[in-house]
Design a binder for this molecule. Structure first.
Ligand SMILES: NC(=O)c1ccc[n+]([C@@H]2O[C@H](COP(=O)([O-])OP(=O)(O)OC[C@H]3O[C@@H](n4cnc5c(N)ncnc54)[C@H](OP(=O)(O)O)[C@@H]3O)[C@@H](O)[C@H]2O)c1
Length: 276
């Protein structure tokens, strides 16, 4: 999802980009991925590839670790050998959700799920291996090129009169298109470190669903329920709002509020439609 938006964005900035994905480039094929990166010799790598199915990761933690940890490690090794920059995408799910204030970059992670653990191991591998690295934690992504919560609610609210949505988990929904410029800003800088980058503000999944239904004008009742009512294989943090303080300090800006971003996603035309 994010990768497709980022490649489009970078090409519109006239950057020369090679976009890699399965099946041609498998990050678990360590030797091959390192050799392939050496062959290209990039100035910067955006490492977004991951196994992102949080519930599936829970039932196969070994595969989660292989893709999200060893995959990241391989890419970091190649980046370190070449001395190129590496932007690694990580997640709010590295935190346990017990905080009652937004998480800062230097708060101690303590993931609850196999997915969160594997992404944290990925962060640690990147941090230990590669000096010129940016670890970017984001949250609750939605966008035009992949399965996501906003699209699910949009679809369900067209077909059903009543949907139940969890109201006791809080985070910051983030539009994948809004993340592209910050990732590019980081990659052109020398501000190595950990960054939280999300749309501003916070809400529950229930509040996000209500806003989707309001913007689409669907005739559907959104009903708040507790996490306990909707059993899922992987535990989620109850509160995973990320304070974007490092990014604000280094770049003097924050991303727009999540409500504005969501409105753009739902009611505004795409860049392809406007020719932007
Ligand atoms: N989605 C979110 O809410 C969220 C929140 C916070 C952070 N993030 C992070 O942001 C990044 C981008 O997320 P996204 O939502 O854009 O994810 P996505 O749509 O699931 O994209 C991940 C990509 O990685 C590919 N991939 C999986 N295993 C691979 C392998 N072994 N080798 C090479 N590529 C492989 C997937 O290919 P297939 O589609 O063929 O499997 C997919 O194209 C990820 O690192 C994720 O952890 C996501």
């Amino acid at each position: 999802m994010l990768g497709t938006d980022l490649v489009g964005f970078l090409r519109r900035q006239h950057e020369e980009v090679q976009a890699w994905d399965l099946p041609q480039h498998d990050i678990t094929d360590v030797n091959r991925i390192i050799n392939d990166i050496h062959d290209v010799g990039p100035d910067a790598i955006f490492h977004l590839a991951a196994w992102t199915d949080v519930d599936a990761c829970e039932s196969d933690p070994a595969r989660a670790a292989s893709v999200n940890f060893q995959g990241a490690w391989s890419v970091a090794l190649a980046a370190a050998e070449l001395g190129c920059k590496l932007v690694y995408l990580s997640t709010d799910y590295v935190f346990d959700g017990r905080s009652r204030r937004p998480y800062r970059e230097n708060d101690t992670p303590s993931p609850l799920s196999a997915y969160g653990k594997s992404k944290l191991m990925g962060e640690q591998a990147v941090a230990r291996t590669c000096r010129r690295r940016f670890i970017v934690r984001t949250s609750w992504l939605y966008g035009r090129h992949g399965r996501n919560f906003v699209d699910t609610i949009r679809e369900k609210s067209r077909q059903e009169q009543r949907i139940e949505v969890v109201s006791d988990q809080f985070g910051s929904p983030t539009y994948s298109r809004d993340l592209c410029r910050p990732l590019w800003d980081l990659a052109r800088s020398e501000h190595y470190g950990v960054f939280h980058v999300t749309n501003s503000g916070q809400c529950s999944w229930f509040q996000l669903a209500e806003e989707v239904v309001r913007l689409t004008g669907a005739r559907c009742e959104v009903v708040p329920v507790d996490t306990a009512r909707i059993a899922r294989p992987a535990p989620r943090p109850q509160y995973s709002v990320l304070e974007n303080s490092n990014f604000k300090r280094k770049f003097g800006k924050l991303l727009r509020p999540w409500q504005e971003a969501l409105r753009s996603y739902i009611v505004e035309p795409t860049p392809a439609e406007t020719g932007r």
